[in-house]
Design a binder for this molecule. Structure first.
Ligand SMILES: [Mn+2]
Length: 281
């Protein structure tokens, strides 16, 4: 499918919960004229804890760089899990333009602010008890989801992805409130700055809706959902799900690029400023 723009975020390469095979299938199914990466592409927090870089993650990088090589402009707006990349704002990495925030004009003329969304963390209260459970609970839920998905796929090739974290999030009132607050604050920022809408990620909650005359678009993630936001050739936005596609064959395992015993690559070992309100998102 030819699309004008493809927005992807929260891929979390280098994290065990990343659904790289589903993303590869998604990339094969879409032919974008332009790509915007909306942050948390690489999970440097996770890489600092556990070096993890399977062949499928490397293949995602190769595909994105391949798009650049074939003349597709790729813009990278770093998020909080790849905050270190913000140091390259204004420069280009392997032909990928790095910017702190991006302005995107749709084919129909609407102007969108494109940012990851962690900038809203200070304005949105993340439930403290959820934050204190932190990333270990999230990791555990991802592990269970992957196991369940693997089993279900063995029973049926058509088994849909089930995310335990999403199931929990939709049933915890504090979490539901957090998502609502985040969306309101994001729209407020778009309105304050005179945009027609906002495109972001960060909270791993895909959404596309008009609220009070503005458009809120969240391209979702590749940990819990497997979603990308596409702009069609006429400027229409659509959230597209990987679940409709057969997952890519598991690639043969290659030796990890990052030696397990050696210190991490410089970018990963940069001291990131500790945010007062870190969430698992
Ligand atoms: Mn994030």
């Amino acid at each position: 499918m030819r699309v004008r723009t493809l927005f992807l975020s929260d891929i979390h390469l280098g994290y065990r919960g990343c659904r790289a095979e589903a993303l590869l299938a998604f990339l094969s199914a879409h032919q974008p004229e332009e790509v915007v990466l909306v942050g948390d592409v690489v999970d440097l927090w996770s890489l600092r804890r556990v070096p993890y870089w399977p062949a499928s993650h490397q293949e995602v990088v190769r595909r994105l760089v391949g798009l650049v090589a074939s003349g597709v402009p790729v813009t990278y707006v770093p998020g909080n899990h790849d905050e270190a990349v913000r140091e390259w704002a204004g420069a280009s990495l392997a032909g990928v333009r790095v910017v702190r925030e991006h302005q995107h004009v749709l084919a129909d003329g609407r102007r969108f602010l494109v940012i990851h969304g962690d900038a809203f963390d200070d304005a949105v209260r993340f439930p403290a008890w959820l934050a204190s459970l932190g990333s270990h609970l999230y990791d555990a839920m991802m592990w269970i989801s992957h196991r369940v998905h693997g089993l279900r796929r063995r029973l049926s090739r058509r088994a849909r992805w089930f995310s335990l974290a999403t199931w929990v999030k939709q049933r915890v009132p504090e979490a539901v409130r957090y998502v609502k607050q985040f969306e309101a604050v994001a729209l407020q920022e778009a309105r304050r700055r005179g945009f027609d809408g906002i495109i972001c990620g960060h909270i791993h909650q895909p959404a596309l809706r008009d609220l009070d005359g503005l458009c809120y678009a969240n391209d979702g993630d590749w940990v819990e959902h497997g979603t990308g936001l596409v702009e069609h050739l006429d400027g229409r936005l659509e959230l597209r799900w990987a679940d409709a596609l057969p997952e890519a064959q598991l690639l043969p395992v290659m030796p990890p690029r990052i030696p397990v015993t050696a210190p991490l690559a410089p970018a990963a070992s940069l001291a990131l400023p500790v945010s007062a309100n870190r969430t698992a998102a």
